[in-house]
Design a protein around this ligand. Sequence first.
Ligand code: SF4
Length: 364
Amino acid sequence: MGVPLAEITFISDYRVYLSRRCAHRCGYCNFQQTPANLPPSRKAVRALLHTAGRIGAHQITLTSGEGIDQWDEISSACRYMGYRGWYDYVHAMARFVLQQRGHHLFFPSLDVGAMPWHELRKMRDAVANVRMMLHSIDNNLQTEIAHRDAPHKCLERRLAALEEMASVGIPMVTGIQVGIGESEETWGQTARIVSDIHRRHGSIQNFVVSPFEPQPYSLMAAYPPVSAEVFLRAVRTVRDNLHSSILLSPEIGRSIELLPDLDQMGISDIGSVTLGNSEHLDLDIRSAIHHIMIDPSGVDLKQRMALCEDFIARRALPEDLTNNIQRFSRFMEQTRGLDHQRPTDSQTGLGGNDARASNHDTVA
Ligand code: SF4
């Protein structure tokens, strides 16, 4: 008998840009320096979901910059489409994603930055998880290129926002980016602080460790990417300081060659793998992942849901989410890799090819 393959899980993700506008300018992000269309209509989102489904994505991350909810152009665009404002629009888009029927099956993840408690509470019936990265809690970065124009990323404000959001009880994804000029001490410190928040609220699902890769047009476009050695050191440090019930997810993206190193460290998840977004598809990473899945050598790469089993077991979930969890489980029994056959209605237990109607059917 051969040595059993190590199993590493991931989420197949597709990002829908609700807006690239942002009130801040982090050095490693290019949202402020790239064209920002107005929020897409339901019809436009439907077309994006069709693409997402065809490439095998199951998590739809609805993303935007931060602090734009009161901007006139955003509020006006949302009202024009029939929504009360930005958060009403975001909620409607998340419900729309969750309620897709037919052979596409999606879990909405929200990545729109810090949100007021009462607005996040309203999202509980619409999202599988909420993502709010800390990036770094190193306050020295407030005078460096990474966070010089991002006062909301100082330790005190970011942690207060995370604590408030964690208290709502939606599974949360947070974490750090490695290689943006932060002190190495802050890696373990962040893991301990997040673990404390988790002890109080029980809602931190994943801690992401993400490697810095320079983004075109960002302020740090000419900076070198973080080395594999430094990145793996950060993963090890976080692993040694993180609460055992938080899933550690080094999001290696295109750096698939790191899988054996991560496996040796006992890492069992690599979080979200983005197969595409509103603007382009990453067919190379899709192809690489697909081939490992159908022909595993060294690691057995498996898709997982946007919610961990632990959260599913101990939370009262909205009906639509429960339906999708059941459908996903059946779906995974039938397939391997990212290309899957279309299950029949009797296999999914649910019929129909169209999304359900919503209050905004006639508007967008
Ligand atoms: S707050 Fe988020 S979207 Fe805005 S610049 Fe920073 S990383 Fe980019």
